[in-house]
Design a binder for this molecule. Structure first.
Ligand SMILES: Cc1cc2nc3c(=O)[nH]c(=O)nc-3n(C[C@H](O)[C@H](O)[C@H](O)COP(=O)(O)O)c2cc1C
Length: 177
């Protein structure tokens, strides 16, 4: 097997198998020290607790965006829509101006809310936990909204896809008759 072996699990194999677990695509955003918008794409965003209301995401220790989020002590989780693959690629690109040409407005906590998303959740940072080569960032929800009725952007087996409910598939099938 090629790839790095970590505790006897091959890292390539781990990535390949994990790729079979579909994830949502979320842009985590905040404002940097100079009030400039910063953000990164994560596939690890999840709900944690209802009472208190907590969510979380995992960030690689090597992320250059993570220290900015931690120093702001707040972030907004933007659920990207299926027509926002280009925006996703832009927000995940290293060394690029990720907000060049991106339309956004300030959330109640002064985090960037991206235009055209499915939903957003505005958080203050509640806790940061070191886990292996990642940090688990737990956010306490301060505000949240459904922004549109669009379908979400999904990541699966290394590619992007759309979501179709069985009701939608049925309608599409009927239209085909
Ligand atoms: C679909 C997708 C999911 C990703 N999920 C994560 C993630 O959960 N955690 C993470 O640290 N990086 C994740 N990344 C990588 C980051 O988006 C980005 O490449 C990384 O933040 C590097 O930039 P930075 O140094 O500005 O943080 C993901 C990228 C893509 C395209």
């Amino acid at each position: 097997m090629d790839g790095t072996t970590v505790d006897s699990i091959d890292s390539r194999h781990l990535r390949d198998v994990m790729g079979n677990f579909p994830t949502s695509v979320v842009a985590v955003t905040t404002l940097g020290a100079g009030h400039e918008p910063v953000g990164m794409v994560v596939g690890s965003f999840t709900s944690v607790s209802l009472d208190p209301p907590l969510v979380s995401f995992l960030a690689d220790r090597s992320s250059s965006t993570l220290p900015k989020i931690l120093s702001a002590q707040r972030f907004c989780a933007n659920a990207l829509a299926s027509d926002q693959e280009a925006l996703c690629r832009k927000m995940a690109k290293r060394g690029a101006d990720r907000f060049d040409g991106v339309v956004w407005e300030k959330s109640p906590l002064n985090n960037p809310i991206l235009d055209g998303t499915v939903a957003w959740i505005d958080c203050t940072i509640d806790k940061v936990v070191e886990l292996g080569d990642h940090l688990l960032v737990v956010g306490r929800i301060q505000d949240l909204r459904v922004a549109s009725v669009k379908n979400p952007l999904l990541f699966f087996r290394g590619g992007y896809g759309d979501y179709s409910s069985s009701a939608q598939l049925l309608l599409d099938g009927l239209r085909g008759w």
